[in-house]
Ligand binder design. Structure first.
Ligand code: GLN
Length: 233
């Protein structure tokens, strides 16, 4: 079958920041579709799991039969991108709590990790793998999780206050923050590149910010200092 060049990117539309992702995709010139039923996943070349409330999205995913279908397609290589609650849902492990998860990414996630007093904040971070990666990306965090542990196949892409806030693993990308709430399209373009060009677009595992198994405190702290200087709030 002839496949059109423009990829179709689904945005899981059960709850959360669906419209915002659709707008970012449209601004990138991509075709975004709201996915409400598992049968619609077969039309998608990639899937975004948006931010929102991970317990609600997870419960609805289970009720509608999304969990096995997304796991199957991701296992076959369909690119997945999770923001915030989406990251939580993609994780294999949560520090606490019991809720439905896809359990796809080899990370341990702490929900609402940055504390109640700073429920929401913005900061400029350097994100590996995006275009012009030296140019900081404005990151919006809303009751955001952080990634507390990463498996050896996970590549860390951004760190804030010594905590991992963006990472990738094979065909999966996850951010604790919300690029769809800013006009900067570089993270969405990275994901679109994963769809059209595959994993080779992602930074290689060479010289990771975190060495597998052990934390490279020197580079983490070095990075942290640079980021702290950029914090504007
Ligand atoms: N705190 C939410 C949760 O645990 C995530 C917040 C978000 O997606 N902005 O699901």
């Amino acid at each position: 079958m002839e496949r059109s060049k423009k990829p179709t990117v689904g945005v899981l539309a059960l709850q959360g920041a669906v419209r915002e992702h659709l707008r970012s995709l449209a601004d990138c010139g991509a075709r975004g579709v709201a996915v409400r039923y598992p049968s619609e996943l077969s039309l998608c070349d990639g899937l975004i799991i948006p931010g929102g409330e991970s317990t609600t999205i997870g419960r609805l995913m289970r009720e509608y039969g999304f969990i096995d279908e997304i796991k199957r397609l991701a296992g076959e290589g369909m690119p997945l991108y999770g923001t915030c609650a989406g990251l939580i849902l993609m994780a294999k492990r949560l520090v606490e709590g019991d809720q439905p998860l896809l359990g796809l990414m080899d990370v341990t996630v702490r929900r609402n990790a940055f504390g109640r007093q700073v429920d929401s904040f913005e900061t400029d971070l350097r994100i590996e793998g995006i275009e012009e990666e030296e140019r900081p990306f404005r990151c919006v965090f809303i009751r955001a999780p952080w990634i507390e542990e990463v498996g050896s196949e996970v590549r860390v892409l951004a760190i804030h206050r010594g905590k991992v806030v963006a990472a990738c693993q094979k065909n999966m990308l996850a951010t604790a923050f919300h690029p769809e709430l800013t006009p900067d399209l570089r993270v969405h373009r990275l994901f679109l590149g994963m769809i059209t060009e595959g994993e080779r677009l992602l930074p290689s595992m060479e010289n990771p910010l975190l060495e597998s198994g052990e934390r490279d405190t020197r580079s983490v702290n070095g990075r942290e200092k640079v980021e702290e200087q950029r914090v504007k709030n």
